[in-house]
Design a binder for this molecule. Structure first.
Ligand SMILES: [Fe+2]
Ligand SMILES: [Fe+2]
Length: 293
C-alpha cells in the first residue's frame, strides 16, 4: 500500500551536517575521480527544483498530497546539494551558486519545452502517474546505490558519514515512489504497458540534458561499471523486475553499458576504482520507509 504523506513527513527534513568536519578534507583530500562524481551529484541534487517545475505541469498539481511530497522531497534534495557543495568548496572547487549559475545557462530546456512536454504527457497519457512514480523509484534507487558505492571507493570516514546520512534519505524517497508505483501498476495492464514503453524508450541515467552528457556517463561508468558496483545494479534490476509487469527490462545495466561505451569513446578509458574490502551492497536501503539519520 502507498505510503501516506503523513508517514513521509514524520521523518526526514534538513540533512544534519553541523557535526560534519568539512575542514578535514583540506588535510585529507579526496581523489580527483571521486570529486568529479561529487560534482555531478551536487549538480543533480540541486536540479530537483527543475524537476519540480516539470512535475507541477501534470494534472496531479491539484492534489495537495502530491504537492506536499514535492515540497518535502525538493527541500531534502536541496540540502544534499548544499552539503556536497561544502565538500567541493573544501577542495577549492566551484560549488553551490557559482556552479548553478553556470548550469542554468546550460539548462535552457526548462524555459519552455520541457514543462510544455510534461503538460502534454500529463494531459494526454492517462497512465502517466504510474510512469512518473516508477521513474522516480528507479532514480532514487540508483542515487542510493551511487552514494553507497562512492563511500566504499573513497574510504574516507567523514565522507562515509555524510553519504550514509544522504543515503538514508534517498532510501526513504525510493520507498515512497516505489509504494505508489506498485499500487498504480498492480492489476493495471495498461499502466504496465505504458510504463514499460516509456522506460524502454526514454529512460537514461539521471542527468541527461541537465549536465554535459560525459559527466553523467563518467559517474555511472566509474561507480557501476565494475566490481561491487555491478552487484548493486543487479539488486536494482531485481527491484524493477519485482514491480508488476516490468520484469526483464534490463534497464539500468543497459544504461551503464552505454555510459561505459561513451566514456571509452570520449576519454579513451574508464578509470578503475580501487577495490575495498566489504561495503558494497550492505547498506543499500530497502524500499521500505527508511528512517532518516
Ligand atoms: Fe538526494
Ligand atoms: Fe532523493
Amino acid at each position: 500500500m502507498a505510503i501516506s504523506i503523513q508517514k513521509f513527513e514524520e521523518q526526514g527534513g534538513r540533512l544534519k551536517t553541523d557535526d560534519i568536519d568539512f575542514e578535514s578534507f583540506r588535510t585529507q583530500p579526496l581523489p580527483s575521480d571521486v570529486l568529479r562524481c561529487i560534482s555531478y551529484m551536487h549538480d543533480i541534487e540541486y536540479q530537483t527544483v527543475m524537476y519540480t517545475r516539470e512535475l507541477l505541469m501534470v494534472p496531479a498539481w491539484k492534489d495537495p498530497q502530491f504537492t506536499a511530497f514535492l515540497t518535502l522531497w525538493n527541500y531534502e534534495e536541496y540540502w544534499h546539494g548544499h552539503a556536497l557543495g561544502r565538500v567541493l568548496a573544501a577542495h577549492d572547487r566551484p560549488a553551490n551558486d557559482i556552479r548553478l549559475a553556470e548550469m542554468r545557462r546550460f539548462n535552457k530546456r526548462y524555459l519552455v519545452w520541457s514543462p510544455a512536454l510534461f503538460w502534454l504527457l500529463g494531459h494526454a497519457v492517462r497512465q502517466f502517474p504510474a510512469v512518473h512514480m516508477t521513474w522516480g523509484a528507479i532514480n532514487e534507487w540508483t542515487a542510493n546505490a551511487a552514494y553507497n558505492r562512492l563511500a566504499a571507493i573513497a574510504d574516507h570516514p567523514v565522507l562515509a558519514e555524510l553519504l550514509g546520512r544522504i543515503m538514508r534519505q534517498e532510501g526513504r524517497h525510493a520507498g515512497y515512489y516505489a509504494s505508489y508505483a506498485r499500487d498504480m501498476l498492480q492489476d493495471n495492464r495498461r499502466a504496465q504497458k505504458v510504463t514499460s514503453w516509456f522506460l524502454r524508450h526514454q529512460w537514461a541515467p539521471v542527468g541527461h540534458g541537465d549536465v554535459p552528457k560525459i559527466e553523467t556517463s563518467f559517474t555511472t561508468a566509474y561507480l557501476f561499471g565494475s566490481g561491487d558496483g555491478m552487484e548493486l545494479i543487479d539488486r536494482i534490476e531485481g527491484r524493477i523486475d519485482a514491480l508488476p509487469g516490468l520484469y526483464g527490462l534490463n534497464l539500468v545495466r543497459t544504461g551503464i553499458a552505454n555510459s561505459m561505451a561513451h566514456v571509452i569513446e570520449t576519454e579513451g578509458f574508464v578509470p578503475q576504482p580501487p577495490v575495498r574490502d566489504g561495503g558494497a551492497g550492505k547498506s543499500l536501503a530497502d524500499d521500505k520507509l527508511v528512517l532518516a539519520g
